[in-house]
Design a protein around this ligand. Structure first.
Ligand code: MN3
Length: 239
């Protein structure tokens, strides 16, 4: 196992992790949690991770993070910038590109790369070191009224992850006044469906294969028990 490829970016995040590691979740979110969402773009950037690449170990290894963030996520950002250069999408925000290219066969490459950038930005924030546990009270109440219990909600998220055929994403959303679990294939992203998105889990093989090989269920259950960022979901729910 060679860790050299992730040393540089880990060092760059140390100060950020120190600051956010000692701040409350609310402050973290207020300061930086959604800064990427407001980003408009002549050139899309790879947002810094909200923690060090080693911070999610042992559930997600630094080696997985090095490839997933440093190669896959970065690759989508680089591809998107190349694809939109000189087009009508060049000056548009990520959200606007996704919404305006959803379902357009001619723009499938732009849609796929833009959606994958957005999905990964959202995924990193859906996780945190020492996550899992009990959601904040207001979110917990909403989860209980929609699923019966937090355990039942986690079970539905895990079930959706395992049953997603091939690559994709699992989402916790608010549809009307009810929380729901959705799954989408490949890059697909529910932004255009008009729901509030609370959190996501990446179920592409690159998210877990180094650490779990074919055991997608073990990866998802470990993420739900130990990394899921309920504070981020609660913030997105408007609590
Ligand atoms: Mn991924």
């Amino acid at each position: 196992m060679n860790n050299n490829n992730m040393v540089n970016s880990s060092v760059a995040f140390d100060r950020r992790e120190f600051i956010f590691g000692s701040a409350s979740a609310a402050l973290f979110l207020a300061l930086g949690g959604l800064s990427w969402a407001a980003q408009s773009a002549t050139s899309h950037v790879l947002p810094p991770l909200p923690y060090a690449e080693t911070a999610l170990e042992p559930v997600i290894s630094a080696r997985t993070m090095g490839f997933h963030y440093g190669k896959h996520h970065k690759g989508y950002v680089d591809n998107l910038n190349k694809l939109v250069a000189g087009t009508e999408y060049a000056e548009q925000s990520l959200e606007k590109i996704i919404i305006s290219t959803t379902g357009q066969a001619d723009n499938i490459a732009i849609y796929n790369n833009a959606a994958q950038v957005w999905n990964h930005n959202f995924y990193w924030q859906s996780l945190k070191p020492k996550g899992g546990g009990d959601p904040p009270a207001a979110l917990k109440q909403k989860i209980e009224s929609s699923f019966g219990s937090v355990e039942a909600c986690k079970k539905e998220l895990a079930g959706a992850a395992v049953s997603q055929f091939g690559s994709g994403w699992v989402w916790l959303v608010i549809d009307g006044d009810k929380l729901k679990v959705l799954k989408t294939g490949n890059a697909d992203n529910p932004l255009k469906m008009g729901m509030k998105l609370l959190l996501t889990i990446d179920v592409w093989e690159h998210a877990y294969y180094i650490d779990y090989q074919n055991r997608r269920g073990d990866y998802v259950n470990a993420v739900l028990d130990r990394l899921i960022n309920w504070e981020f979901a609660s913030y997105n729910a408007g609590n």
